[in-house]
Ligand binder design. Structure first.
Ligand code: AMP
Length: 286
């Protein structure tokens, strides 16, 4: 049964999404380029390149079985979809921001009837309704940051990641509406398609998990075996192997967190380990 996957055709989420799919073994052929549709070479899967903001709707309407987009787009769409996997990139949040010189410093301070410019009108309306505030939402398709300065709005609701764009535009963040990152979304993961989708999701998950890990190998003095588990706990303890013709040393293999590699190498050296080497892990399935 052919699955249809929606992927952002451009913008911030596009490149990393393609990288993850490729690493997960989904062969998109000669690079998607400007194509709008790619049949995966090695699976029963069609990848559709569409706008990030259209993906939730296409899933909800059944045009796509699943798709990758930001949780902000899901919130804005208003559809109830299932999040199969957070992808740990495209982190940002939808925030209310006010001009630096404004006395407003919290959502409660926002006066009734204020004008809020945003390209996320649905989330913004729902948010202020839930706070019992009657505001007027002004829909813009971009550059919301400039709106208070040209008198189009009093405040804005916009996506923030580092906060540097707000700062550059002399705006201050006063509240968050949605925390977002890229995710794999579907309507329902049921039946044969559900099983196929879960398989793909598990491949992607194994890539994300592996990216934070390294595989380390070292020859360790046999008489230091009692401390090796403390230095490299591994997934379920390190693998210990005999070395042919060398009874004084054993080979130790283990998975370690990438951020700890430096310390682990120093600790291994301190107990007399030799031939220490580390390699990348392509996938890690628990
Ligand atoms: P695009 O407009 O196509 O570049 O994609 C925008 C999507 O990228 C958003 O819907 C978010 O999910 C994500 N994103 C991550 N960080 C940011 C940011 N600082 N500004 C805008 N979008 C961001």
């Amino acid at each position: 049964m052919t699955l249809r996957l929606g992927v952002p055709n451009k913008g911030r989420l596009n490149e990393r999404t393609i990288e993850l799919l490729t690493k997960a073994g989904i062969d998109l052929g000669e690079g998607p380029g400007r194509r709008l549709y790619v049949k995966a070479q090695n699976q029963d899967l069609e990848v559709m390149f569409v706008r990030a903001q259209d993906i939730p709707e296409f899933i909800a309407k059944g045009a796509l079985d699943f798709g990758i987009t930001g949780l902000d787009q899901l919130a804005e769409s208003g559809y109830e979809l299932t999040n199969l996997l957070n992808l740990e990139f495209g982190y940002c949040h939808l925030a209310v921001a006010v001009p630096e010189e404004s006395p407003v410093r919290s959502i409660d301070d926002i006066p009734e009837g204020s004008r809020i410019a945003t390209s996320f009108p649905n989330v913004t309306r729902r948010f202020f309704e839930s706070k019992g505030k009657d505001v007027s939402v002004i829909v813009v398709s971009g550059a919301a940051e400039i709106m208070p300065y040209i008198g189009v709005s009093d405040y804005i609701v916009d996506l923030v990641s580092t906060g540097s764009t707000l700062k550059m535009n002399r705006l201050v963040e006063i509240g968050t509406l949605v925390d977002s990152q890229a995710a794999v979304l579907t309507l329902k993961a049921e039946g044969e398609k559900g099983v196929q989708m879960q398989g793909i999701v598990e491949s992607i998950r194994s890539v994300i998990v592996a990216e934070d890990k390294k595989y380390i190998m070292a020859n360790v003095p046999r008489d230091k075996l009692d401390v090796i588990g403390d230095i490299v706990p591994g997934l379920d303890g390190p693998t210990i192997l005999d070395i042919a013709g060398n009874s004084a040393f054993v080979a130790v293999h283990a998975v370690v967190d990438s951020v700890k590699v430096y310390q682990v190498i120093a600790d291994l050296k301190s107990i007399g380990a030799k031939g220490i080497l580390t390699t990348q892990i392509e996938r890690l399935v628990d």
